[in-house]
Design a protein around this ligand. Structure first.
Ligand code: HEM
Length: 408
């Protein structure tokens, strides 16, 4: 049982009273919160001339600087154009090798009967996979020294006191953030010395003749956006699969029938929709990114609701995914609901429109592949634990995501 301890509970109450558009006011923080299919369409079809992404005082903009995630208009579009080829379908089969490699290293640490914190294990796995796939780096030696700085950078951008007191100095983060920068600049420097660039994301950025600092901003963006989301997703997947033995047994039977002990590939995963259904249902209930943030660049109206220029606007993925008018019995974990394609803008774990998550295919393949590999080799059972939702950089189970694993 996951207890609700975040402001999401308050948003659910507001939503049930006021519907799909309301004002959430905290001291020093105010946002228009929108939810539902029409609202998601409204936000996700907008351009930065009406709804902008970047807000100078948000820590995420300070951390990522000119990273694609926090820029608008031409600056954004140029970075997206440069990096898009790294996420083309044809690249994904190379990435699946990196994902299998990272999964086998991680699962290789499990004892035949073990109790594992999936938040921890899935973070290691997703970091190893991402660094290998996008930057061609074996991160296994660097993961321990950089572990704390990475966690610290996530804390830096998580909702917290900065929402109330913007621009308050936050000296506790300086050293950790500098350690990550030193590492990233060393990676860039090493790559620049290579005469020919591998066809990976880092190679594309170097070939585009960008400055070191602009490349650093994109690397950090991918590192943060690309691993923390997948960590939360996979931790929730493992918890829910452990909690639902029927779902687990059925999925395992299908996986073993199709794959036996062979590693999953992009091609074989296509024949295993049962895995995608589990992953999608997990993201419906626990969307790693629970809301998208914008700022009204001009006065706007949504469905008669006035949004003044300068207002923070959030489209709530969480409320949309749990709306009983869109999802019958929304709190029930029922992967088979995804046997039918959801209506447009009712299921938006990756956002949508021209700024849909650039890594969405990467994430979907990684989640299905890791789940397949776990089911092939391990039985998951629940561990009694007190757990709550935590609204960090992503929506996570806290304090831990303990699961008992038993070798098959
Ligand atoms: C389960 C995993 C993931 C989830 C749930 C997720 C979710 C999202 C969402 C909701 C957005 C749009 C936010 C908005 O509209 O405000 C987004 C954008 C983005 N995501 Fe992901 N993401 C995931 C994995 C990844 C991966 C693996 C990468 C990179 C390797 C990545 C990189 C990005 C980037 C760079 C953007 C900004 C795109 C742009 O502005 O053009 N994400 N993601």
């Amino acid at each position: 049982m996951v207890r609700q301890r975040t402001p999401l509970a308050a948003l659910e109450t507001f939503h049930s009273h006021y519907g799909n558009a309301f004002q959430a006011n905290l001291p020093g923080f105010s946002a228009t919160v929108l939810s539902g299919a029409d609202a998601c369409r409204f936000v996700l079809s907008a351009t930065s001339e009406t709804l902008a992404w970047r807000h100078e005082t948000d820590p995420i903009a300070k951390l990522l600087n000119q990273g694609m995630l926090v820029t608008d208009a031409a600056a954004h579009d140029e970075m997206r154009r440069i990096m898009t080829p790294a996420f083309h379908r044809k690249m994904l089969s190379t990435y699946s090798d990196a994902m299998t490699w990272a999964t086998d290293i991680t699962l290789g640490q499990w004892a035949p009967t073990d109790e594992r914190d999936m938040l921890n294990d899935m973070r290691r796995l997703t970091l190893l996979a991402l660094m290998k796939a996008l930057f061609n780096i074996d991160f296994s030696q660097r993961i321990d020294p950089l572990w704390e700085p990475i966690l610290k950078s996530l804390k830096y951008i998580s909702p917290g006191a900065w929402l109330l007191w913007t621009n308050v100095p936050r000296p506790g983060y300086k050293k950790a953030l500098a350690q990550i920068d030193t590492y990233l600049y060393a990676v860039i420097e090493k790559r620049r010395q290579q005469t020919e660039q591998p066809a990976d994301l880092l190679g594309l950025l170097i070939d585009a003749e960008l400055s070191d600092s602009l490349i650093r901003d994109q690397l950090l963006t991918m590192l943060i956006a690309g691993h923390d989301t997948c960590t939360a997703l996979l931790a929730w997947v493992m918890l829910l699969v452990a909690d639902h033995p029927d779902v687990q047994n059925e999925a395992r039977a299908t996986v073993l029938q199709t794959l036996g002990t062979a590693a999953p590939t992009i091609e074989t995963l296509k024949t295993l929709p049962v895995l995608d259904n589990i992953v999608n249902e997990t993201m419906r209930l626990y969307p790693p990114v629970h809301a998208g943030n914008r700022f009204a660049a001009q006065d706007l109206t949504f469905d008669g609701y006035h949004i003044p220029k300068g207002q923070r606007v959030m489209y709530s993925i969480y409320l949309t995914h749990r709306d009983p008018q869109l999802w019958p019995d929304p709190l029930q974990f029922r992967p088979q609901r995804f046997e039918t394609k959801p209506a447009a803008f009712t299921f938006v774990p990756f956002g949508g429109g021209s700024r849909i998550c650039i890594g969405y295919r990467f994430a979907q393949i990684e989640a299905a592949l890791v789940l397949a590999r776990v089911l092939q080799n391990w039985q998951l059972t629940p561990v009694a634990q007190k757990q709550h939702l935590h609204m960090g950089a992503t929506l996570e189970p806290r304090p831990k995501a303990l699961v008992r694993v038993t070798a098959l």
